[in-house]
Design a protein around this ligand. Structure first.
Ligand code: F0G
Length: 498
């Protein structure tokens, strides 16, 4: 094929029919590791095996619905754990039998031991320190994969900042401004912009690229508003895979575009918006046998669940009342909601947090559907300064709808002005974030003002991307006007007249 040398990722088990070099065979340990993992259609409930011998990877059901990973969770054999049986199996979230506190205690102990005393960063090439990753620490709940295939930077372990009026801590008057702006006493911000490539996407990408790796893929692709592409480019480069990213021309913030180019991904800007790019990449991947790494890929969603698990662990397994996050393609709403549901089913926590998904008013299809009791799936032509969430036809609508319904959650919209005002508050507190992330604070403020979130409820908001991703939007660009003579007199004049 002239386009590029890309192997098919179609699969064939070791015992499969004759040799077909374009379809790498799977080793026995991969087949065994994934034998208890299935994909269920979120629309019609059809169940598929996670990998199908001789078949290209499956991203959709025959009916067109997107797929959700279902697996059996198995507590590993650990002599020191409270439960000393060989292994303890729990069903998938829908089939859980055990709900005892003991079950939850054993899981909590496992994850807490892994998180304690993280090894100093003297990483040896042979030994991947899985416990040190904020995703693979929870591996039993994420993906069963032989360790040699895991592609990790590592990721996660991001800050959870107490910023509420009451919980910000003595002396943190800057952070307290955020709580005051929202009107919340006990408020935390989880800064996913502290991940290796600067956004929460790394959590899903480590799992997606690991899947690509164990399936023998040589090329991976995504459509993106900029962060997924930056993350894909980074993780693909780490293992020498070809990264291919489709971006809506003119709608990607400079820092993100620079990352994709710097990490060496084939960067294709299309005439059109994210929704066009998304449609295109699915066709391209199916036709050219490239492994697709948008959140249409259900394994990416599994990785993003780790945001939820890590928040719970940082709160010592006390679930907050609310979790607020920005919403675009709705992968993250789906993932964090699923994590909370599974944590609850495994008795890691005693109640489900309510989820509030915040959309930009100019890119609000999920909000419009919510306002009709989800009677109809809406699409819009998206326009917002928060380019990361400029999405009019979200892929994970059905998954996310389930999360909002199950968690007694809510969908809210905020204007661009509200987003930029909230961003300034977060930036001035010294924490900083990219515009889309500030929808979280704008949404919190609005939901508190509406009386939906109570002032004394415990709330966690997710900041999804780093300030440096977009150094233009919502940041004063006046540095040129402040060039002064390098003399003490001039500087004294500038400072005293401020
Ligand atoms: N915040 C940021 C910074 C994002 O980059 C995205 C999505 C979202 C929020 C919304 O998350 O799509 O899971 O609802 N960015 C994708 C991308 C679309 O291509 O980087 P979502």
């Amino acid at each position: 094929m002239h386009v590029m040398a890309v192997n098919s990722t179609g699969l064939q088990s070791s015992q499969g029919e004759g040799p077909d070099r374009s379809r790498p065979s799977l080793s026995a340990d991969v087949v065994e590791a994934l034998s208890r993992t299935f994909l269920r259609c979120v629309e019609c409930s059809t169940l598929y095996p996670a990998i199908e011998a001789g078949q290209a990877p499956r991203y959709r059901c025959a009916c067109g619905g997107v797929l959700d990973v279902e697996t059996q969770f198995r507590l590993p054999q650990q002599q020191h754990l409270a439960d000393s049986s060989d292994s303890v199996e729990y069903g998938s979230s829908s089939e859980v039998e055990s709900d005892t506190p003991v079950a939850g205690a054993a899981w909590r102990q496992l994850f807490d031991e892994r998180a304690a005393n993280p090894p100093i960063w003297s990483i040896s090439i042979d030994k991947l320190l899985l416990d040190y990753s904020g995703v693979w620490r929870y591996r039993e709940l994420i993906l069963s994969a032989p360790e040699r295939f895991v592609v990790s930077r590592p990721e996660g372990n991001t800050g959870l900042y107490p910023v509420g009026i009451e919980n910000c801590g003595a002396g943190r008057m800057g952070h307290r401004q955020i709580g005051a702006y929202a009107g919340l006493e006990r408020f935390f911000l989880k800064h996913e912009g502290e991940n290796p490539s600067g956004s929460f996407k790394d959590r899903g990408m480590t799992v997606g690229v690991t899947m690509a790796n164990l399936l023998g893929a040589t090329a991976v692709a995504c459509a993106s508003t900029g962060n997924t592409s930056a993350s894909l480019a980074s993780y693909a480069a780490q293992v020498g895979m070809k990264g291919i990213v489709f971006l809506p021309a003119g709608s990607v913030a400079g820092g993100k575009l620079a990352q994709s180019l710097a990490y060496g991904a084939k960067t294709i800007q299309i005439e059109g918006d994210f929704d066009d790019a998304m449609h295109l990449v699915e066709q391209v991947c199916n036709e050219l046998g490239i492994y697709l790494l948008n959140s249409l890929n259900p394994f990416r969603v599994e990785g993003q669940k780790a945001i939820g698990f890590e928040i719970l662990q940082q709160l010592d397994w006390h679930a907050p009342d609310w979790l607020i996050l920005p919403a675009g393609n709705l992968g993250n709403t789906s993932a964090i909601g699923k994590a909370f549901r599974q944590a609850y089913d495994l008795s890691l926590i005693s109640h489900m947090p309510r989820i509030a998904s915040i959309q930009a008013a100019g890119a609000n299809p999920f909000y419009r559907s919510f306002m009709q009791g989800f009677a109809k799936r809406e699409t819009v032509h998206a326009e917002t300064v928060a380019t990361a969430i400029k999405i009019g036809n979200p892929v994970s609508h059905t998954r996310a709808r389930r999360v909002i319904e199950e968690s007694d959650g809510i969908v809210e919209e905020v204007t661009d002005e509200e987003i930029l005002a909230a961003k300034t508050v977060i930036d001035r507190a010294g924490i900083g974030c990219e515009p889309a992330s500030a929808a979280t604070l704008a949404g919190a403020r609005k939901l508190v003002a509406r009386g939906i979130i109570k002032r004394d409820e415990q709330v966690v908001g997710v900041l999804t991307g780093n300030l440096l991703k977009d150094s233009k939007t919502g940041i004063p660009q006046t540095l040129d006007n402040t060039v002064v003579k390098a003399t003490i007199e001039t500087v004294r004049g500038v400072l005293l007249h401020e």
